[in-house]
Ligand binder design. Structure first.
Ligand code: FAD
Length: 421
């Protein structure tokens, strides 16, 4: 049966009546790449393979949502610096411009022997190379008293969209002088500075609307990304508002009650008005189903992001255990381009360039007070290894900080175009 792009575009799971088997033969002999997950890593990989192979490779992108809302800059939505629409991106260009088969569906299974991907809508898609970029899921039982069924009462807002809107609405509804609590995650997790940029953006919002409110962070980590910069900024802009309880004072011993709206830290019960629970993370579930994880993350070879368990499967972005790169959208995009080049080379014989990676994570602390940390990386036998890095300095001038923030705005436009345009 021919794999008809029109049947895939606009397909919804509910609309499919019967499973469809798509066979590798009879498809013009083109090699097939299936990409699972249309986020930072998956959209970039699909786009680069389709764009650079100029029709020589058949690319299918499986992604359940019709609009991808970026986690990057979602904290700025909470702070009131962006609206939600500005974070949404659709898949129309990937289909129309590059001929990618965009299937709005869930991948539910992978048969690595048969080299097929099963979907909730009943498709069974053959691949020569499979690329998984499913992002993260949460570790069950990571925070006592919380599971995903409590995500309305105590949102994680660590997958952007309705969760982010819910968290902001809850912050806006806080009583004067109320308490916002955050349960911060242990390493490794998506976006190391993300929780602390979020605290900054919550503080910014509360300073305007609810200046006597307090922010309480229970943190299982000894230290965190850009800590000196955040703490300097919190002292400068939000003095007396933010209290962080690290592991020395019980920050790793936390239990929440989403009905009573309490957070117990080392046995001390705190009544809170909003509680943002960011649990421990692991690779998106489909990576586990595919059998390419070590239980939590998917170990990969640095040169091409191929799984250490199957050379025909590649894992990108947050789901991958790759070495030194932080789990960020910038990293996922950088890894996707290396992977796309390698996959194209393997399937068509095109030139494969040595793997080089880069990342920068910007954070906004207060209006025009932007900071950043970044590095370049190379592939070694063992891992993606850091080559050199940089970080903003404490005490920088307002002009430098404003320029750093403006740089991040330009980055957002550039990188989302590199994924979706
Ligand atoms: P994602 O972008 O999450 O994409 C995964 C996709 O896979 C999703 O669209 C999902 O629907 C899909 N999917 C999952 N399972 C399946 C399945 N079974 N079948 C089909 N599709 C599936 N990064 C930065 O670089 N800069 C920042 O400033 C920044 N800020 C952040 C702030 C916050 C608050 C958060 C939470 C994250 C931030 N990040 C930032 C991190 C960044 O969002 C992630 O690292 C990045 O999105 C990872 O890309 P990914 O492709 O691995 O996963």
């Amino acid at each position: 049966m021919k794999f008809n792009r029109r049947a895939f575009l606009g397909t919804t799971v509910g609309a499919l009546a019967a499973p469809m088997i798509v066979r590798a033969a009879g498809h013009g002999g083109k090699p097939r790449v299936v990409v699972v997950g249309g986020g930072a890593g998956g959209a970039t990989a699909a786009r680069y393979i389709a764009k650079d192979s100029a029709g020589e490779i058949d690319v299918t992108l499986i992604e359940p949502t019709r609009a991808y809302y970026t986690c990057f800059f979602s904290n700025l939505y909470i702070g009131g610096f962006r609206d939600m629409d500005s974070l949404g991106h659709s898949y129309g260009n990937l289909a129309a411009t590059y001929g990618i088969n965009v299937l709005h569906d869930w991948a539910t299974g992978v048969d690595r022997d048969a080299k097929t991907v099963m979907t909730a809508g009943g498709y069974n898609l053959p691949y020569d190379r499979l690329i998984l970029s499913p992002g993260i899921d949460f570790v069950d039982g990571a925070v006592a008293g919380w599971d995903v069924s409590a995500a309305n009462a105590m949102p994680h807002a660590y997958k952007a969209g309705s969760q982010t809107e819910l968290l902001r609405a809850q912050i806006d509804a806080m009583p004067q002088g109320g308490v916002f609590a955050m349960v911060a995650p242990p390493n490794p997790y998506r976006c190391p500075p993300g929780p602390y940029e979020r605290v900054s953006m919550v503080a910014h919002r509360l300073k305007e609307t609810n200046p006597t409110a307090k922010i309480l962070i229970a943190d299982p980590k000894e230290s965190f990304s850009k800590q000196g910069l955040f703490e300097e900024g919190w002292n400068n802009h939000y003095a007396g508002m933010i209290e962080r309880i690290g592991p020395d004072f019980g920050g790793a011993d936390v239990e929440v009650d989403p009905v009573a709206m309490t957070v117990s830290i080392d046995g001390d019960v705190n009544n809170v008005d909003v509680c943002n629970v960011i649990p421990a993370m692991k690779a998106g579930r489909i990576a586990e189903i595919a059998g390419v994880t070590d239980g939590n993350w998917a170990p990969v070879n640095a040169a091409d992001l191929s799984s250490r368990m199957d050379e025909n499967v590649h894992v990108l972005g947050d789901a991958a255990a790759q070495g030194d790169m932080p789990k960020s959208g910038f990293s996922a995009n950088s890894q996707a381009k290396v992977c796309a080049n390698a996959v194209r080379g393997a399937l068509t014989g095109s030139t494969v360039f040595p793997a080089r990676f880069a990342n920068t994570c910007w954070s906004l602390i207060e209006t025009n007070d932007g900071v950043k940390v970044g590095a370049t990386y190379e592939a070694t036998e063992e891992k993606i290894a850091k080559v050199d890095g940089f970080v903003s300095a404490t005490g920088e001038s307002a002009a430098v900080r404003e320029a750093t923030y403006q740089e991040s705005v330009g980055w957002y436009d550039g990188i989302t175009a590199d994924m979706f345009s």
